[in-house]
Design a protein around this ligand. Structure first.
Ligand code: F6P
Length: 319
């Protein structure tokens, strides 16, 4: 293992920089040349690659986003684009690649590993939508950002005695809405994992008002619908003032919280260890506080378990 490459792909996530830093420094510590591949798989196709040294990753551990840049590269999934990427890997004498990203990025990692490239995946996405790992890098920071927004929304919704629907990201996974809803004391959580019954939602708002609740916060996962559409549907049953907030890309940025930095640092070093030990074509994850690795295909075939206890608890605590 003489030369390895590292790339970040898909949506950026706070803590990715800690992972890049760890791959680079742990690699150099082990006498490996580390190449930074810019803009995800796009950089492999375009040979947009730079040699990393210790200072390339100085002062980045506290920064959100990814200093390598990222992209959702459709060309990489075409035969032609994939071949160009493989040519760059050969041309640059890259012996192994660390891919930091989410589900889509790992599909690319699987293709690479099947083509004979030693590949390790580090889960970096705010969505926490990967079944095989308890947490992904970026999820905790995004949760904090959402919680901060909930507190601010609470100020205005209580002042005006309004119901507010806050739509958050997560693609097809409700984790960001569910856990921020539980931690933020939301009245309701609407997520793709549980079918939405608008009549019940309207009923719960009415019941709350009847027993003196002055305002309500409804957390909505983007995968469960859009805030304005849901508001209009609720208003078909009850005519209460409902406002909507779509939190958007603010959830992806910001200084990573300690958990994401620690996860990034540990997984970055672990990825290099895997390549050094010949433990290739795996995804790294965390279970019960420990880092582990799992075959890429096996990990991607797992189905995410829904945390019905957290969902029920949110309901009980908001009666
Ligand atoms: O995967 C992270 C994520 O932020 C999702 O929550 C969201 O649906 C998506 O990326 C947005 O993607 P884009 O940056 O391409 O608009």
């Amino acid at each position: 293992m003489k030369t390895i490459g590292v790339l970040t792909s898909g949506g950026d996530a706070p803590g990715m920089n800690a992972a890049i830093r760890a791959v680079v420094r742990y690699g150099i510590y082990n006498n490996i040349n580390v190449l930074g591949i810019n803009k995800g798989y796009r950089g492999l196709i375009d040979n947009d690659i730079e040699k990393m040294d210790l200072s390339s990753v100085a002062d980045i551990i506290h920064r959100g986003g990814t200093t390598l840049g990222t992209a959702r590269c459709e060309k990489f999934m075409t035969k032609e684009g994939f071949q160009e990427a493989l040519e760059t890997i050969r041309y640059r004498d890259i012996d192994g690649i660390v891919v930091i990203g989410g589900d889509g990025s790992f599909r690319g990692a699987k293709e690479l590993s099947e083509a004979g490239v030693k590949t390790i995946g580090i889960p970096g996405t705010i969505d926490n939508d990967l079944a095989y790992t308890d947490y992904t890098i970026g999820f905790s920071t995004a949760l904090e950002t959402i919680l901060d927004a909930i507190s601010k929304i609470r100020d205005t919704s209580s002042s005006h005695e309004r119901t507010i629907i806050m739509e958050v990201m997560g693609r097809n996974c409700g984790d960001l809405a569910l856990y921020s809803g539980l931690a933020g004391g939301a009245e309701m959580v609407l997520i793709p994992e549980v079918e939405i019954n608008i009549e019940e939602v309207a009923e719960k708002i009415t019941q709350g008002m009847a027993r003196g609740k002055k305002h309500s916060i409804i957390m909505l996962a983007e995968g469960a619908g859009d805030a304005y559409g849901i508001r209009d549907q609720i208003n078909e049953y009850i005519g209460v003032p409902i406002r909507c907030t779509v939190l958007g890309y603010i959830q992806r940025g910001g200084t990573p919280v300690s958990y994401d930095r620690l996860l990034g640092s540990r997984m970055g070093a672990n990825a290099v260890e895997c390549l050094l030990n010949g433990n290739n074509n795996v995804l790294l994850g965390t279970k019960n506080g420990k880092i582990f690795d799992m075959d890429i295909e096996e990990a991607l075939n797992m189905k995410k378990k829904f945390d019905d206890k957290a969902f029920e608890l949110t309901k009980i605590l908001s009666i």
